[in-house]
Design a protein around this ligand. Structure first.
Ligand SMILES: C[S@@+](CC[C@H](N)C(=O)[O-])C[C@H]1O[C@@H](n2cnc3c(N)ncnc32)[C@H](O)[C@@H]1O
Length: 278
């Protein structure tokens, strides 16, 4: 019985009101040009949407290639940057362009409460594959097998960035660079290597598969070069992935509890790895 399928975390926007503000891009042509430039940038190879200030902040902080930034209130955005992230405030100031709220919502209907959207170009797959395959590997790679929930994947990427994991690999059809995943990770994709691969393309390293049927995690330290693999929310780890495993590892649970949530399992796995280090 599955009790672990989480719903996507996309929240309805509850941003500022729809009234145009002062100091907008001047004249209808200017607004149109800004919108056209945005639409063209959306079509650039590798373009990804950063929805909200926190995603934007981390993208800038971790060297993301941010190309365009739109807000309905440049003054409020500058104040937010100065208050929360002084290190990125100059870049925000240089890039932010103001558009009326109503026009902005045609580009991002579910505008984040912080009222800013940006377009960045994600790191190339080649650069990510090089980072994932790099040796010696000093921190694990997290593997999510066929994840279904965008919010879970975002939360896992945020964990990987926080723990300093080498990267996050997903298999299956979900795009780990989907805007909702970027929103869930707060833009921390740019602090680690995030790539979608097929199982035969996995980077080398001992494969520790987390599964409720495995051996007690407390008896098994995780090496720095481990691949830590986690199964899909509803069905768990596939037979194919289990067959590849060097070790099957479980976090013990009380009788009657079928499993932990995917992202919390990743948190426990990464904490277990970190606890073995000083
Ligand atoms: C929501 S669970 C999948 C539940 C699935 N019905 C099952 O029985 O495996 C998603 C993933 O989290 C990890 N996980 C959940 N609970 C775990 C536990 N107690 N020990 C190790 N891994 C666990 C596993 O990798 C699992 O595939």
């Amino acid at each position: 019985m599955d009790d672990t399928v989480d719903e996507p975390v996309d929240q309805p926007g509850d941003g500022p009101g729809d009234e145009p503000t002062d100091g907008l891009v001047e004249g209808p042509m200017d607004k149109d040009e800004v919108v056209r430039a945005w639409r063209a940038a959306e079509r650039e190879p590798g373009a990804v949407l950063l929805d909200g200030f926190h995603a934007l902040k981390h993208a800038l902080r971790f060297g993301g290639d941010v190309r365009r930034m739109l807000t309905a209130d440049r003054t409020a955005l500058r104040a937010l940057a100065a208050e929360l992230a002084g290190d990125v405030a100059p870049a925000v100031d240089a890039l932010a362009v103001e558009l009326p709220q109503a026009v902005l919502r045609t580009l991002a209907p579910r505008l984040h409460p912080t009222g800013v959207i940006a377009l960045a170009v994600r790191p190339s797959p080649e650069a990510n594959l090089a980072a994932l395959a790099g040796r010696p590997r000093r921190a694990p790679v997290v593997l999510l097998e066929n994840p279904r929930n965008l919010g879970n994947v975002g939360a896992v990427i945020r964990l990987a960035a926080g723990f300093g994991a080498t990267g996050v690999v997903t298999t299956g059809d979900l795009d780990p660079w989907h805007p909702t995943v970027l929103r869930g990770s707060a833009g921390l994709h740019f602090a680690t290597a995030v790539e979608r691969l097929a199982l035969p393309q996995l980077p080398a390293g001992p494969l520790y598969v987390l599964d409720p049927e495995g051996a007690d995690i407390r008896d098994l330290p995780f090496p720095d070069d481990a691949l830590l693999a986690f199964g899909t929310e509803r069905h768990g780890v596939s037979a194919e992935l289990k067959a590849r495993a060097d070790r099957l590892v479980a976090v013990p649970m009380q009788p009657g509890v079928s499993s932990f949530n995917l992202a919390t399992s990743v948190a426990m796995g990464l904490f277990h790895w970190m606890s073995g280090k000083r």
